[in-house]
Design a binder for this molecule. Structure first.
Ligand code: GLU
Length: 464
């Protein structure tokens, strides 16, 4: 049974777009194998918690349609799914590790650890704990009994090669001497990520640990824990971290990073997921646009490349535009109505869609392009004061249009432009700005037909 998971920490406003990518891969892998996709909340770093973050993360994942089978809000066979509610479980396994001498108590003061760090830095050695407390465990336990703060550390063996297989990166090897005696239980009684992740992945029967590359360096420590506890290891796959187009790590300064930001801008979840699917992976037939179902069918974890792919908003926008173009008008209408919170009348939205669909890249573009249908322009891209006379003539002429259809409006206006000897470009620009406020708008005659005769005449009247 394939069981995958993401394990977000509720320490940000929302789920990071990079974590949404990891979520997509986990979700797709579970779906591909009729397995389960689990969300576990890793809230062991109590100092960094952000209120409301967990709820927002779950809500965003749902809005993207990555439905999950077990989590804090829906429960499941292996609950609780919030690590802060699992403290006794971690303690139990920490005790077991201590008993097996795979872990030990440490009461070293902050000052001593700092000093140690500085010395090692001067010696140009990697900062590492010196196992000072390991050889004096009896003494340490007596200190703990008296109330001295303590941590539990992983007892990393010396000069041992640690190996594991990563589905994306192949065999990974590291010498244990490069690893620090990792704290497993902190002085506040909470586990660190390393202990909690191993315990939970094992107890929750996670078959594939698919996570971001940044955790690759921690995996050897996890391997030691699996071994010490006598547990089988899951399959590991470390997916690449998304990068800005300039190759720097995707960060708030260069790209919006919260997944809900993209939805708020009117990107479609299916387009974003399609785009994310192409991060570090390509369709066997080199297709760029494909459905989530198709992705699930054709993708394989081992085909993901390990080089950091560029997350390019321009490309994403293009892809979103393709999705909008492919959408049935009726469906697009519903999306626009939802996006604009039903602020605009449905029938007008329906009529305007064919005029702007090709130009829309995001749902929010609709507002920019079509706002003038719903409210009179407040400002004008051109100074229309000098055009009063011409506008007056336009009005008289338009008044005579009996059948208010785009072609009739167009004919009448062409006629007038000719009669007045005004260049067509200038003539229609004046009319366009008078109607829409903007120099760029959807096709003018069609727009005027939708606006209606009365409204068009009124808009001109206000300017003359
Ligand atoms: N809590 C970690 C994170 O926020 C989870 C890492 C993992 O998946 O093991 O990325």
């Amino acid at each position: 049974m394939v069981r995958t998971r993401i394990a977000p920490s509720p320490t940000g406003e929302d789920i990071h777009i990079g974590n949404l990518y990891t979520a997509l891969i986990n979700w797709a892998w579970a779906k591909k194998h009729q397995g389960k996709f689990i969300i576990r909340i890793e809230d062991t770093d109590q100092e960094r918690l952000i209120k409301g973050s967990e709820e927002k993360i779950l809500q965003t994942i749902k809005e993207y349609g990555l439905n999950y089978d077990e989590s804090t809000d829906i429960g499941g066979l292996y609950q609780p799914y919030r690590q802060s509610e699992r403290l006794p479980i971690y303690k139990k396994y920490a005790d077991e590790l201590i008993k097996k001498k795979a872990a030990y108590f440490c009461t070293c003061s902050k000052e001593r650890l700092l000093e140690l760090r500085e010395i090692r830095q001067k010696q140009k050695k990697i900062p590492k704990y010196d196992k000072h407390c390991l050889s004096r465990q009896k003494e340490v336990q007596a200190e703990i009994k008296k109330g001295k703060p303590f941590v539990v550390r992983l007892n990393i063996p010396e000069a041992k090669e640690i190996k594991f297989k990563d589905l994306i990166r192949g065999e990974v090897k590291i010498m244990s001497d490069n690893l620090d005696d990792q704290v497993l239980i902190k002085s506040d009684g909470f586990p660190t990520y390393h202990l909690a992740v191993v315990v939970d992945d094992y107890l929750m029967k996670i078959s594939h640990v698919i996570r971001a590359e940044e955790w690759l360096a921690s995996t050897p420590k996890h391997i030691l824990l699996y071994k010490a506890l006598g547990w089988p290891q899951p399959v590991f796959a470390h997916v690449p971290i998304l990068r800005n187009p300039d190759r720097s790590k995707l960060s708030k300064r260069k790209n919006p990073v919260w997944a809900s930001w993209y939805l708020d801008q009117g990107y479609l979840p299916e387009a974003i997921l399609n785009y994310l699917a192409l991060m570090g992976w390509s369709h066997p037939e080199q297709k760029e646009i494909f459905s989530l179902d198709e992705f699930v069918k054709v993708f394989d974890l081992k085909d993901i490349k390990s080089v950091g792919p560029a997350f390019d908003q321009v490309k994403l926008e293009w892809m979103n535009g393709q999705y909008i173009r492919q959408m049935k008008n009726e469906k697009l209408k519903i999306k626009i109505l939802e996006f604009t919170e039903n602020k605009y009348p449905e029938n007008i939205v329906g009529k305007t869609i064919p005029l702007v669909k090709e130009r829309m890249k995001k749902l929010s573009d609709y507002i920019f392009l079509c706002e003038f249908f719903f409210q009179k322009p407040e400002k004008y891209d051109l100074d229309l004061l000098s055009k009063k006379e011409l506008l007056g003539k336009m009005r008289d002429s338009l008044e005579k249009v009996t059948e208010w259809k785009s072609d009739k409006i167009g004919e009448k206006m062409q006629e007038l432009a000719k009669k007045e000897g005004v260049k067509t470009g200038d003539f229609f620009m004046t009319l366009r700005v008078a109607m829409t406020g903007k120099k760029i708008s959807p096709p003018l005659n069609e727009s005027m037909e939708i606006l209606g005769k009365e409204e068009c005449l009124e808009r001109i009247k206000n300017l003359t």
